[in-house]
Design a protein around this ligand. Structure first.
Ligand code: SAM
Length: 307
């Protein structure tokens, strides 16, 4: 944590500068810092209140075991390892630990670790000689995740960093694996996040990400509408091909999609209001219907070359 503090992408000038919005008309311009403050407030309040059992994501509880395994979701065996607190705070869109190939003794960093669901699973996989690092910018999320790790008896395998994952103070060359679950869609500068993921990984390390993206022909005005209120995990969702271009441009190779799941109407509604309707702005149901079939949870892996 002793790196010089330099912005990775200079001044961010507003939604029209984001790749998604090339053709979009911003309704209300939110600055990058306003978006992050808004996101932090939503998730921090949600964590302070302890979360709720209604997730916004296709968790294994709504699917069969074989569907869960095929789609990179939590198995019943995974869920049995997780304290209720972390389940109630879980707001992911997959289970990156299921395809991250985590080995005993490794160091795993979780970008946007939230209530700690994936930290628990990763800590079991790295075992007593490994370590997991939870990074999140919402103080109550960090507190809850600490509590969850304690309840799971895994406190000695975890470290936490309270930090914005776009921030260049993320430490360099310490992780074998980076996981992230439904977080980077929330970040206004996705290239900044992938730069930090690249830097925290050791050469030859790899990432396993579950995130929300847009596919197909989406009306740019509809996207701009959801972007203008940065609604849930749809407001910052960008087209999948643009997203993968960002990952490649950050320096990653061997990008491989391991599973994809198009959100159904209920999942889409919940995802657009993540972490819950009480914490997220009200949106037009009519406009949401126009996104149906076009918002996808994608799970992929990629490698930082050995140089
Ligand atoms: C949708 S929740 C997912 C949490 C967790 N990964 C899970 O699967 O349950 C998003 C999490 O990312 C965190 N987050 C969003 N943007 C962030 C940023 N720029 N820096 C650090 N944490 C961020 C939020 O505080 C929240 O805990």
């Amino acid at each position: 944590m002793n790196k010089p503090k330099e912005p990775c992408c200079g001044k961010w000038e507003g939604p029209e500068k984001m790749s998604l919005s090339k053709a979009a008309i911003p309704i209300k311009e939110l600055s990058r810092e306003e978006i992050k403050q808004e996101v932090k407030t939503r998730y921090d309040k949600f964590a302070e209140e302890g979360g709720s059992a209604e997730g916004c994501c296709p968790l294994a509880r709504e699917s069969t075991e074989s569907f869960a395994l095929e789609h990179g979701l939590y198995s019943q065996e995974d869920l049995a390892l997780i304290p209720k607190l972390a389940i109630n705070l879980s707001r992911g869109c997959g289970n990156p630990t299921s395809f991250a190939n985590i080995q005993p003794g490794q160091v795993v960093a979780d970008f946007g670790s939230g209530g700690g669901i994936d930290l628990v699973l990763a800590a079991h996989k790295v075992g007593p000689t490994g370590k997991v690092i939870g990074i999140d910018f919402a103080p109550h999320m960090i507190e809850r995740a600490k509590q969850a790790m304690k309840e799971a008896g895994l406190s000695n395998r975890v470290e936490f960093i309270l930090l914005d994952i776009e921030n260049p103070q993320v430490p360099d060359n310490i992780a074998d694996v980076v996981i992230s679950n439904c977080v980077i869609n929330l970040c206004p500068c996705k290239p900044c996040v992938y730069k930090q993921i690249y830097e925290i990984l050791k050469p030859g390390g790899h990432l396993a990400i579950s995130d929300i993206v847009a596919i197909g022909d989406v009306n740019p005005e509809i996207l701009a509408y959801f972007q203008s209120i940065w609604s849930g995990c749809t407001g910052g969702a960008i087209p999948e091909d643009e997203y993968f271009k960002i990952v490649s441009e950050a320096g990653f190779s061997q990008l491989k999609v391991v599973a994809r799941h198009t959100l159904g109407p209920k999942e889409l509604d919940e995802m657009a209001s993540c972490p819950g309707k009480k914490f997220s702005p009200v949106f037009s149901e009519e406009k949401l219907a126009q996104l149906q079939g076009k918002i996808v949870s994608t799970k992929f892996a990629a490698v930082k070359p050995k140089e």
